[in-house]
Design a protein around this ligand. Structure first.
Ligand code: F0G
Length: 459
């Protein structure tokens, strides 16, 4: 059959809030025009993130009942450790309450002021944790990634020449570790090839620089490798994942993505002395090393979820969903990052709203238009999220791309939800000239997008 179906049926339902346009006008104004500040009860299709928003399977719900809530040495921890080791092969594994806790422990224990961390694309929390300790987060996306609309696969790859140059300029001693994010979320959810990971590792090995994988979407990345990289078609996703991790010295993970869980994460490494530092800080801020801020039942749900994410039918359906939306938008001429990534569609808001400048925050205008039109919640990844607030009186530093992400919760929305979304996008696209400019009226010193207040501006 050509139709790829959801490889599950629905056992429990959750009502979706339906609102009117005039209600949404009031609700958005009350949220200071920032969709992060809306009540989820007022959102019909919530594509803010694919993080922690997935639906657990019956097997995961059943596993919750097996949670061993012992403070130390619980069965659930053993199961978790065994699963993570089976997939990653790492010697030391530490559960954390989510991905950024792993990043914080990594940054706090390994980095000093002035150190540099290269990455194909830091996620915002990774960057913030690195910068918080005074180190510098450097993005080295491949040259192909700069062209948002080229159809090249593996646009998430790291720029190897850029990495070699960065090592030359900074000196290996000033680079305590390098990271590679699979898939590259900020770069459009683009995958990284096995060959690229291998070549990054070979280069780093010469200089004794450890490689850490930001593994949030490792299973989606493994699927792209299987489908698109030569030599992997006959390998299972588990085998591919193992090979990816075998090239690294450790990993940070948010189990809220490819752990198919609503909370959780881990930090892993092979180095014994790193592990000692991780353990000590983990105990201080997350909890004892056999639970790390999670309940035993969470550890159980993650153990099942990590393996479900590696099931081929699940990944086929997941990617078919993304492709379904991508082809509908392309057919309408809506500018999206090509080819579609693994967990989301990224709309090129600058091309969508050519009448707006970066300082008008076209991404915010588009996000707000989608909410007003259909109660759809998306997120801006542009000059608000990644730009720097202006130094006193100066021009704000814009980012090269103004993107809006429609992220897909795992196993949550059906094809008719996507048809509704396509209809909303169709209207907003046809009326794009009316998308408004916004100004920030209040902002935090970092990660400002979460809490900023905006007002409409006359262009
Ligand atoms: N790394 C990447 C690549 C991520 O996408 C995220 C989270 C994290 C690290 C941090 O993990 O949320 O568990 O602390 N991304 C979410 C998103 C929030 O919407 O893309 P966390």
């Amino acid at each position: 059959m050509r139709t790829i179906i959801e490889p599950f049926r629905i056992k429990m339902t959750e009502a979706l809030p339906i609102t009117t346009r005039s209600e949404r006008e009031v609700l958005l104004a009350r949220a200071f025009n920032n969709v992060f500040l809306l009540d989820a009860d007022h959102v019909t299709i919530d594509l803010l993130t694919d993080s922690g928003t997935g639906a657990m399977s019956d097997r995961q719900w059943a596993a919750l009942m097996l949670g061993d809530e012992s403070y130390a040495g619980s069965r659930s921890w053993r199961r978790f450790e065994q699963t993570v080791r089976e997939i990653t092969g790492f010697k030391h594994i530490f559960p954390t309450h989510q991905g950024r806790a792993a990043e914080r422990i990594l940054a706090a224990t390994r980095l000093k002021k002035g150190n540099v961390v290269p990455n194909n694309g830091h996620f915002d929390t990774t960057r913030a944790n690195i910068e918080y300790v005074g180190a510098i987060a450097t993005d080295l996306p491949s040259t192909e990634a700069r062209d948002l609309h080229s159809e090249k696969r593996f646009k998430g790859n790291m720029d190897l020449d850029g990495l070699a140059r960065a090592i030359g300029v900074e000196g290996a001693a000033n680079i305590p570790f390098c990271m590679i994010t699979v898939t590259n979320n900020t770069g459009g959810g683009q995958p990284v090839s096995m060959e690229n990971i291998r070549r990054v590792k070979e280069l780093l090995k010469i200089y004794n620089i450890p490689l850490m994988i930001d593994a949030c979407r490792f299973a989606e990345n493994a699927f792209f490798i299987k489908e698109c990289e030569q030599g992997f078609a006959d390998r299972s996703l588990l085998e591919i994942a193992r090979e990816m991790f075998s090239l690294a010295d450790g990993a940070t993970m948010s189990a809220k993505k490819d752990g198919l869980a609503n909370i959780g994460g881990f930090l892993a490494c092979n180095n014994d002395s790193w592990a000692d530092d991780f353990r000590n800080l983990l105990i201080l801020t997350e909890g004892f090393p056999t639970y790390g801020g999670l309940a035993g039942r969470d550890l159980e749900a993650i153990s099942v979820g990590l393996m479900e994410a590696l099931e081929i039918d699940y990944q086929r359906y997941r990617h078919a969903t993304v492709e379904y939306l991508a082809s509908a938008l392309i057919a309408r001429g809506i500018p999206i990052v090509r080819p579609a990534g693994g967990h989301a569609i990224f709309i090129d808001a600058a091309a969508f709203c050519p009448h707006l400048r970066a300082s008008d925050y076209p991404g915010i205008g588009l996000v707000n238009a989608l909410y007003l039109e259909g109660g759809v919640r998306a997120v801006e990844l542009g000059s608000v999220m990644f730009g720097k607030p202006a130094p006193e009186g100066g021009e704000e530093i814009a980012t090269p791309h103004e993107l809006v992400r429609l992220a897909f919760p795992r196993r949550v929305y059906t094809q008719s939800h996507f048809d509704y979304l396509i209809e909303v996008l169709d209207v907003v696209w046809r009326e794009r000239a009316s998308i408004e400019a916004y100004r920030i009226t209040e902002q935090a010193p970092f990660l400002r997008h979460f809490t900023a207040h905006y007002e409409r501006a006359d262009v």
